[in-house]
Design a protein. Structure first.
Lengths: 274, 297
């Protein structure tokens, strides 16, 4: 009994220390963002602000235009999420449940495409967008996320589980194929749609390389691109940059915590493909 | 007889449903990949953007130039170092965390799982900035903590020997929670009877881990290792934000090198050839994994 108790304590001490390690940078980011200018660079270093202040947040939104970048991020990540939900679900459902010639071959080509890293397409993609006049537009920033092979794959795996009888019965009743997709399939696949929405929103919000390439004008920058630029100019303003990091990270962290059930299920589903 | 028109309607509907996604993926992914390969065989540069007639086919000249460029070899070496040291560390940390969180004795599993996973959903650029301050040689908390333990301050990001390990720590911190979730799913798929049988045979914790749990996890292990390594090959934001690829190119990664060649110097032909070397790396690792899986089954 005593040994059991010791093991229990050791286990939770190890778990607690590891949690402290993973959360520390995030907690310190918040704490430092509330410190007075220069306080985060004091010696010996401080963990907590002596007099918490929101002045750096005020400076970000008034002086540094961060409200604009925030809005850009919301537009790009939100837009990509809505569009990808629609396009990926249509394609994934068709691949899972509709019969047509070449279905298996098409699926194989798409899956093979999963191997290619996105960076390989990036340079020519930039030239394509330039030819189409889409450089430095929201649409240009959203394009790689609008329809994705991974999203189609995720929906297809889930939609395979829809009973054929359900669709057959609707067809007997004379429902059109679009009506079946919209009124029967969409409600059934809601859990995987939630998962995919979260995946897409988080990855588009956090993405750095593509918006860095596609957006050339300061007024269109998303938060990560703007933040990387500001971090170069304001190296000494530790507290200000920590506040900028908080503004960037908090929306995705909150979205994740609120919807983490779907996220965890999605990761498990995605790994089962192996 | 009456099924034929219905089937035709279904096939038509299928292509209508597929068309928008396929059109986007073809135009903005598959075609650029093919164009990229062609681009890597040209001398496309700043002057070609305004006057496409200036583009010349140069065969494998870009690839041969890469093989002569010390910067390229640094980028390749650094990327391999980052991936083949960082990915195993991430996988091991993930396995340890999964075993601890999944233990029957553990309380507050949900909290620990979320705490370990949280770094993964954060914005890389933002947390790279936070870590950069933590690594600061004068004001950073890391050196302050080490100083309290009597260790001399180290300029983590300013020292060519330490900069890459410092970036590896950030990448492991951010990625292991994701891998942990996959391991937990793998652990939960292990049949209970196996563990119970081992317990009845009197196997202790360690013996059970070695002879039951780990062998059962092998497929998960390989899967997690491969996707992590492939993800790590694409290192970009950390060096971009934290070191700019320095000091002395010690954190210059393949993708950062590609970005600089392509979008700073507008040598798009050369940048495209770097992208395809990266693709080749990913392909080799993927094929090795497929071969391994064929061997297993």
């Amino acid at each position: 009994m005593k040994r059991h108790r010791a093991a229990l304590i050791a286990l939770h001490v190890a778990l607690g220390l590891a949690a402290l390690g993973t959360l520390f940078p995030l907690l310190w980011m918040v704490s430092g963002s509330l410190m007075a200018t220069g306080e985060a660079n004091s010696f010996p270093p401080r963990l907590f602000p002596a007099h918490p202040t929101l002045s750096h947040y005020a400076a970000l939104f008034t002086r540094l235009n961060v409200g604009r970048y925030f809005l850009n991020s919301v537009i790009v990540a939100g837009g990509a999420t809505v569009i990808s939900l629609l396009l990926n679900s249509m394609a994934g459902y068709a691949l899972a449940k509709l019969h047509f010639k070449g279905r298996a071959q098409l699926f194989r080509v798409l899956v093979a495409g999963l191997v290619i890293p996105a960076q390989v397409a990036m340079l020519p993609l930039f030239l394509v967008l330039q030819a189409m006049g889409l450089v430095n537009t929201y649409v240009g920033a959203m394009i790689p996320a609008m329809a994705t092979i991974f999203g189609i794959f995720l929906i297809r795996q889930y939609a395979m589980g829809i009973p054929d009888d359900l669709l057959g019965a609707a067809r007997m009743d004379g429902a059109s194929e679009f009506r079946i997709y919209w009124s029967i399939v969409m409600p059934v696949i809601k859990p995987i749609l939630a998962t995919m929405a979260l995946f897409t929103f988080l990855s588009t919000w956090n993405d750095f390389l593509w918006p860095l390439v596609a957006l050339t004008d300061d007024a269109k920058y998303t938060l990560p691109v703007a933040l990387a630029g500001l971090a170069g100019e304001h190296v000494q303003d530790t507290e200000l940059m920590l506040a900028g990091s908080v503004v960037t990270v908090v929306p995705v962290l909150l979205a994740f915590i609120a919807l983490q059930r779907f996220y965890v299920e999605g990761i498990t589903a995605g790994s089962v493909k192996q | 007889m009456s099924r034929a028109p219905g089937e035709r309607a279904q096939a038509r509907a299928a292509w209508v449903f597929l068309a928008p996604a396929l059109l986007l993926i073809t135009t903005f992914f598959f075609l650029p990949v093919v164009t990229g390969l062609a681009l890597s065989l040209t001398d496309f540069d700043l002057y070609s953007i305004g006057h496409p007639d200036n583009i010349r086919m140069v065969g494998t000249a870009n690839y041969r130039a890469l093989a002569q460029a010390p910067m390229f070899w640094s980028a390749l070496k650094n990327t391999l170092y980052f991936a083949f040291v960082g990915a195993p560390l991430s996988v091991l940390a993930a396995l340890a965390a999964a075993l601890l969180v999944n233990s029957r004795l553990t309380k507050w599993k949900g909290f620990f799982r979320t705490a370990y996973f949280a770094p993964f959903v954060t914005t890389l650029v933002a947390v790279a900035i936070v870590w950069k301050y933590l690594y600061h040689p004068r004001f950073g908390l890391l050196d302050a903590a080490l100083g309290a333990a009597g260790v001399h301050a180290i300029d983590w990001l300013g020292n060519p020997m330490w900069a890459m390990p410092a970036i590896i720590v950030v990448a492991v911190w951010r990625s292991f929670g994701y891998n942990m979730l996959i391991f937990i799913a793998g652990l939960q798929r292990i049949p209970h009877e196996l563990r119970e049988a081992a317990e009845l045979d009197g196997a202790g914790l360690w013996a059970r881990l070695r002879h039951v749990t780990l062998p059962q996890l092998t497929p998960t292990f390989v899967f997690v290792g491969v996707i992590t390594a492939i993800g790590f090959f694409q290192l970009f934001a950390e060096p971009y934000v934290m070191t700019g690829g320095g000091p002395l190119n010690s954190t210059l990664s393949m993708v950062l090198y590609m970005y600089q060649e392509g979008f700073r110097w507008w040598r798009l032909g050369s940048a495209a050839s770097i992208a395809f070397v990266l693709f080749a790396l990913v392909l080799v690792v993927t094929i090795l994994q497929l071969l391994w899986r064929r061997e297993e089954t």
